[in-house]
Design a protein around this ligand. Structure first.
Ligand code: NAD
Length: 297
């Protein structure tokens, strides 16, 4: 299939590589030339603009930092929609607000261009291995058309509902992860300050009702070792919590824990931890309590 890929960062670089390896005819674009060169080096073609990519492809995938950039890359000058023709399918793999993808969908559909949201979960390692979980919003028929391409980047392709449903479930999931990460960090610091051994605390809680993915995925490999290389960056979690906060505001739904969690990640950013793993939020609590939750093994 003729596939375009726009946004070749941490996730996009690896996903585009897998699309290419699956035998697709790939044309790529990124504002950072080095990112484009890496893909060209393994057999992709370089497009001059998003419009140029779209004019050469049946399916255009985007993996971009935020809602404003996705909107601009698709609807803006020299954007994907300018080069697309009736029947072109745009699949946005970024995590953005549901209302942005719905706006893009409504404008694109006037030109006969299909738009789907397909945010991913599984991080950089899942992107590299092609084992991401993909949450799709849009038309079921169009999903069947693009499934061979999505299968090259993800193992679990979940149809969620109409356009925006994928971004919604992603925002709800990351709201929970963010809130759980903050609660886990706070609890571990309290336990340590109260005299518990960090490993003992982990062994008990990970098998008890206080356990969560935030604890089991982030204690052994990150917190206990004091290794906060991402993983999933604080800056991105902060952005994802904003998606939930914005959605809640639009719907007039109070989001107490979500707003609190976002402020904790804002505090972590203010402490210079924006590019570190989300588990580094524990360093803020550790500073306040003057203890460190590390393994003594
Ligand atoms: P990133 O910042 O590494 O990559 C974004 C890429 O977009 C960069 O290469 C950048 O140069 C490019 N870009 C920016 N503006 C552009 C423009 N106007 N035109 C063309 N290219 C442009 O981000 P990432 O970590 O790869 O994340 C991409 C998306 O995937 C985000 O929405 C993120 O929330 C989501 N996501 C990330 C992870 C993760 O673990 N990193 C996991 C799941 C989902």
């Amino acid at each position: 299939m003729k596939v375009g890929f726009i946004g070749l960062g941490v996730m996009g670089q690896k996903m585009a590589t897998n699309v290419l390896k699956a035998g697709n005819d790939l044309t790529v674009f990124d504002v950072v030339k080095d990112n484009v060169e890496k893909l060209v080096g393994i057999g992709a073609k370089a497009g001059n603009t998003p419009a140029d990519v779209a004019s050469k492809c049946e399916v255009v995938l985007t993996s971009l930092p935020n809602s404003a950039i996705v909107e601009n890359v698709i609807l803006g000058e020299n954007g994907v929609l300018e080069g697309a023709s009736s029947g072109t399918v745009i699949v946005d793999l970024s995590s953005i607000t549901p209302k942005t993808i719905r706006k893009i969908h409504d404008i694109a559909s006037k030109k006969g261009v299909e738009v789907m949201d397909a945010p991913v979960s599984g991080g950089a390692s899942g992107a590299e291995k092609g084992t991401l979980t993909i949450m799709v919003g849009g038309s079921k028929e169009v999903l069947e058309k693009v499934k061979p391409v999505l299968s090259s980047i993800g193992k679990k392709i979940n149809y969620i509902g109409n356009v925006g449903a994928g971004d919604t479930v992603k925002a709800v999931n990351n709201l929970l992860l963010g809130a759980n990460m903050v609660a886990t960090a706070e609890a571990l610091v309290l336990g340590k300050k109260a005299g518990l051994d960090a490993d003992v605390m982990y062994d008990i809680i990970s098998k008890s009702s206080g356990s969560s993915y935030a604890l089991t995925a982030k204690y052994d490999n990150y917190i206990s070792k004091g290794n906060f290389d991402p993983g999933f960056m604080v800056d991105l979690m902060h952005k994802d919590l904003q998606l939930a906060v914005d959605t809640a505001k639009d719907l007039k739904v109070p989001l107490i824990n979500g707003n609190l969690a976002q402020q904790m990640f804002e505090t972590a950013r203010a402490e210079g931890l924006g590019r570190e793993d989300i588990s580094s939020v524990i360093k803020v609590f550790e500073k306040w309590a003057d203890v460190e939750v590390r393994s003594e093994k």
